[in-house]
Design a protein around this ligand. Structure first.
Ligand SMILES: CC(C)(COP(=O)(O)OP(=O)(O)OC[C@H]1O[C@@H](n2cnc3c(N)ncnc32)[C@H](O)[C@@H]1OP(=O)(O)O)[C@@H](O)C(=O)NCCC(=O)NCCS
Length: 195
């Protein structure tokens, strides 16, 4: 069955939250996230995200099943740690959109769904009057023991979509890796483009 892409907003997002939470845990368990996720925490995080005005959840569906998703919402609605690199430089965030994540089950990759996720999120950002879009990607040491030998970084894809790393714009985000006993803070590098 062909995959369809739908942008969900407002109350439509609520119904998709349990599926999206499970998807995040499954996809982010892998490199480079290695995230030991918790369903209850995920659902709470996603509810907070969905409550932001103009938030969008782009869902990839195989029939009725959500097999991938991407999120976006205004930067001004993000948590302090995501706004920090901009606010500490007194940069206005009201014209910026923040892209939260793209997660797609491995068997559906390489068919252009990742491009569709960007197309839909950029369309929502533009529709809501944003001038720029950004996201933050985890930075792992090159010699990390869990790095798969055949891993292809997404940097070339992001650059082809018009995004560039913003030097010095970084934040810290804590989560528990599968191999660890407690949360550790990860370095998150910002990427941005003008819309
Ligand atoms: C990011 C993700 C959603 C992209 O999905 P996708 O549907 O495979 O992407 P597309 O098919 O649209 O391909 C996008 C580009 O990435 C490239 N690409 C394809 N497979 C790739 C791979 N395994 N690794 C790196 N890049 C890859 C393609 O060459 C393509 O570029 P092209 O247009 O020049 O051909 C998917 O890889 C994923 O879920 N990854 C794990 C989670 C993650 O890292 N998310 C990003 C940060 S939140």
């Amino acid at each position: 069955m062909a995959v369809t892409i739908r942008s969900l907003t407002g109350e439509e997002i609520e119904a998709a939250i349990p599926a999206l939470a499970a998807l995040r845990i499954a996809v982010f368990a892998e490199w480079p996230y290695l995230y030991d996720g918790d369903l209850a925490y995920e659902e709470g995080y996603l509810r907070e995200f969905a409550a932001a005005p103009d938030a969008v959840l782009v869902a990839a569906m195989d029939g009725e099943r959500i097999i991938g998703a991407a999120t976006a919402s205004p930067m001004a609605a993000q948590k302090e740690e995501f706004r920090r690199p901009f606010e500490e430089r007194s940069l206005a965030t009201q014209d910026m959109f923040y892209f939260g994540e793209s997660v797609l089950l491995p068997e559906y990759r390489g068919q252009g769904i990742g491009h569709a996720f960007f197309d839909h999120r950029e369309a929502q950002a533009s529709k809501c009057g944003a001038q720029t879009a950004c996201f933050a990607a985890v930075v792992r040491p090159a010699d990390h023991p869990d790095r798969p030998a055949d891993y292809r970084p997404l940097d070339a894809f992001w650059q082809a979509r018009g995004y560039e790393k913003v030097p010095g714009f970084e934040t810290g985000l804590a989560w528990k890796d599968h191999r660890d006993a407690a949360e550790t803070e990860k370095l998150m590098q910002y990427w941005m483009r003008t819309l």
